[in-house]
Design a protein. Structure first.
Lengths: 103, 208
């Protein structure tokens, strides 16, 4: 089998992921028209969006088949960035009350 | 040919001769690692915007619900277009790694066309909101909606431009399949962000 002919299989390989992503989206549209309290609805949407993102990361972005070292090196970076963001959360509470900064 | 020479030839075919001296921490191609780090930082940017939107949305009792069924249909088409563009991008990456340049170019042009269609539908949606009097200056909904979707649209347009540049240079032979692959990572990321934007920004604001 030549390299060129092997390239045609990738669409077929990822079609199930594609249909699952579309399915999740259609479930979200269906839920949006139901009488569900907004907080519950947002939590359901977040959970479904996280599932979609996980599928996209693992299969479309090939994180599932990447070197383990790439996966492992991204985890501490993500934690570091989130911790850095944590520094500015306190500012968001201050701005909420529109108080000037007082050292 | 020794095993190490075979490995060098394979590396040259994928990344180009100039990248043989590229330092690769943890044996990961530096270009790919850089794009992943960019994706993480960009994801945090979107996360902060969506977090602030959610906070305002939950704290505001009289929130605007402007999206009628026509808008929902438009969003369904937009989502279908964007997810399909991820599939064509996968085809482009795979064909480029398999050294099938014509096929890779067809997939790249398809991805660009779908990205442009998405941007066009997005702008049409914006103009429909303008017609209803909802703009960037019309309260919290307008500010958060146009900021978040505008940032995403900026990413889509940037992605289409990046794809155009990479496709042109790849067809001339000055870029390698690894460039197509890293551009693909960015494109998939833009698709994933949309998976969060649609339910949180559009589907929670449907007119009843």
């Amino acid at each position: 089998m030549t390299a060129a002919s092997a390239s045609g299989n990738v669409i077929r390989k990822y079609l199930p992921v594609y249909f699952v992503l579309l399915g999740i989206f259609l479930v979200e549209v269906f839920l949006a028209f139901q009488n569900i309290p907004i907080v519950t609805l947002v939590l359901i949407f977040l959970a479904l969006a996280l599932c979609s993102a996980a599928l996209g990361l693992m299969y479309f972005m090939h994180l599932a088949t990447e070197r383990r070292s790439l996966f492992l090196s991204l985890i501490p970076v993500t934690i570091f960035v989130l911790l850095m963001m944590n520094v500015i959360w306190s500012d968001s509470y201050r701005l909420l009350r529109m108080r000037p900064f007082q050292p | 040919m020794s095993e190490s020479e075979v490995a060098i030839h394979a590396q040259t075919a994928l990344h180009g001769p100039n990248d043989l001296m590229e330092g690769s921490p943890y044996a990961i191609p530096s270009r790919k690692l850089t794009v992943w780090l960019f994706i993480i930082s960009d994801a945090v940017t979107f996360g902060a915007f969506l977090f602030s939107y959610g906070y305002l949305r939950a704290a505001t009792p009289n929130w605007t619900h402007p999206f009628e069924s026509a808008s929902v249909v438009n969003v369904i088409i937009m989502t279908f277009v964007l997810i399909t563009s991820s599939l064509t991008m996968l085809g482009a990456v795979d064909a480029s790694i398999a050294a099938d340049k014509p096929k890779a170019m067809r997939f790249l042009y398809s991805t660009m066309a779908l990205g442009s269609l998405f941007a066009g539908l997005h702008i049409r949606e914006w103009f429909q909101l303008f017609a209803k009097g909802i703009t960037l200056n019309s309260g919290l909904f307008g500010q958060t909606f146009f900021t978040i979707t505008g940032l995403h649209l900026l990413h889509v347009i940037s992605g289409v431009i990046a794809l155009l540049v990479v496709a042109t240079k790849y067809s001339r032979g000055s870029l390698t399949p690894s460039h197509v692959e890293t551009t693909g990572l960015y494109w998939h990321f833009v698709d994933l962000v949309w998976m969060f934007v649609v339910p949180l920004v559009y589907l929670t604001n449907i007119a009843r």
